[in-house]
Design a protein around this ligand. Structure first.
Ligand code: NDP
Ligand SMILES: Nc1nc2c(ncn2[C@@H]2O[C@H](COP(=O)(O)O)[C@@H](O)[C@H]2O)c(=O)[nH]1
Ligand code: K
Length: 358
């Protein structure tokens, strides 16, 4: 047994230190980035924020809405080949990825979709545990058949495995084990790594090889997304922050509550209607029942199912998010998103938010 003693950090453990700046307005800040990927040699331009490949988030409707703001969507694995073909005719294939697991059926589906849609260039190979040898083999197999596609692969949280996946053919490594809003991996297994430190360490490892990383999971507000970029993330992936919207294509749940107030006319208690959306982890009982007909006996669920307030169209959330990050940039003197990590000094804190009224 061995213990790593130096402190590892989460988003909640730091704040950006403000710095002198020449910017006079947040509208001067550009959040677009241009990347050239290591293996595919493809160039990409856009706002590097991604919807996670989760039910209620990585949907076709979400891809359309996010693409109109130049954001990216990793489609859920269950989107049909026909829907993907249609989507590829509606929005630029620069703004979405086809997700796949590593099973034989996944591999067949991926080949079918890419054969029918030669313009699609992004592949997201996504498993809970990116540390297995067979996962690396699968990444190498995909790279071998698709030398010019941009491959994302994960999840991992350490520099060694980030480099290994890049050397086996990944262009972009997805970083995050256990930080997610509907994740119970840390509870079920005790495994994980504080997300801010994972981003810092994996970004450094990837950039040294000309690779890129996605910070996946754990962002709860625009400030956390900004911190992920400040820590060196090339992309930030969001589940919970994009859940609860119309574009998630989920069912609305309406609940009626009796209030204490009386209706003036009828003198009856006023009934208040609250709207919710169900959201769940892709390793939850709910997801496994939906996609695999149940939880296999030798394993347990590593995700939860929650009911979150309905949030309407995703547009307002996107504008709020991008506005927050532009503001971060002006506070630290970054002209654009590319400068943000160079302008970042994090200060460790014991408390970041005043909760007196929440
Ligand atoms: N970032 C994160 O922290 C996590 C993300 N997720 C998300 O949920 C999705 C569904 O997850 P899930 O159904 O659990 O698994 P995956 O879809 O990741 O399963 C991939 C394969 O890995 C094998 N495997 C071996 N060890 C593990 C392990 N510790 N956890 C999971 N699979 C393992 C599985 O085989 P077998 O089932 O026979 O063991 C399966 O064949 C993932 O693809 C990911 O998107 C899930 C958990 C953690
Ligand atoms: N351990 C689990 N992780 C999960 C599950 N479903 C999704 N995820 C991961 O979470 C992120 C999104 O995180 P968020 O904090 O932005 O909501 C997603 O991309 C996956 O990596 C799950 O069931 N278990
Ligand atoms: K997670």
């Amino acid at each position: 047994m061995r213990i790593i003693d130096d402190v590892k950090l989460d988003f909640k453990d730091v704040l950006f230190m403000p710095k002198r700046s020449t910017l006079s307005s947040r509208k001067q800040v550009s959040l677009e980035r241009t990347y050239t990927f290591k293996h595919s040699q493809k160039q990409w331009q856009g706002v590097p924020i991604m919807a996670a490949n989760m039910d209620g988030v990585g949907t076709v409707s979400m891809a359309k809405a996010l693409a109109s703001h130049k954001l990216f969507t990793t489609l859920v694995k269950s989107v049909s080949a026909e829907e993907i073909t249609q989507l590829a005719q509606t929005i630029s294939p620069h703004h979405f990825a086809v997700s796949t697991g590593t099973g034989e059926a996944d591999w067949q589906r991926l080949q079918d979709i890419l054969r029918d849609n030669p313009h699609i260039t992004f592949i997201c190979i996504d498993v809970a545990n990116g540390y297995s040898e067979s996962f690396g083999d699968f990444v190498a197999k995909v790279r071998n058949l698709y030398p010019n596609h941009t491959i994302m692969a994960g999840n991992v949280v350490t520099a060694d495995m980030t480099q290994e996946l890049i050397l086996r053919g990944a262009d972009i490594v997805k970083v995050g084990i256990g930080p997610g809003s509907v994740c119970t991996t840390r509870k079920q297994t005790g495994v994980g790594y504080p997300q801010l430190s994972a981003i810092i360490e994996c970004a450094d490892a990837a950039h040294g090889l000309g690779g890129h990383i996605i910070a996946d999971g754990g962002c709860t507000n625009p400030g956390d997304v900004a911190k992920a970029f400040g820590a060196g993330a090339d992309f930030v992936m969001l589940g919970g922050m994009l859940a609860g919207h119309d574009e998630g294509e989920g069912q609305l749940i309406e609940e009626h509550h009796l209030t204490q107030q009386l209706d003036q006319a009828t003198q009856q208690p006023i009934i208040e209607t609250k709207r919710f959306v169900q959201f769940y982890g892709m390793s939850s009982d709910t997801a496994m029942k939906k996609h695999h007909g149940g939880v296999a006996e030798y394993r347990s669920s590593e995700g939860k199912t929650v009911k979150i307030p309905y949030r309407g169209a995703v547009q307002a959330t996107i504008l709020d998010l991008l506005g927050g990050i532009r503001s971060t940039c002006t506070y630290v003197g970054a002209q654009n998103l590319k400068q943000l990590s160079k302008c970042t000094t994090f200060v460790r804190v014991t408390q970041q938010i005043n909760n007196i009224f929440s």
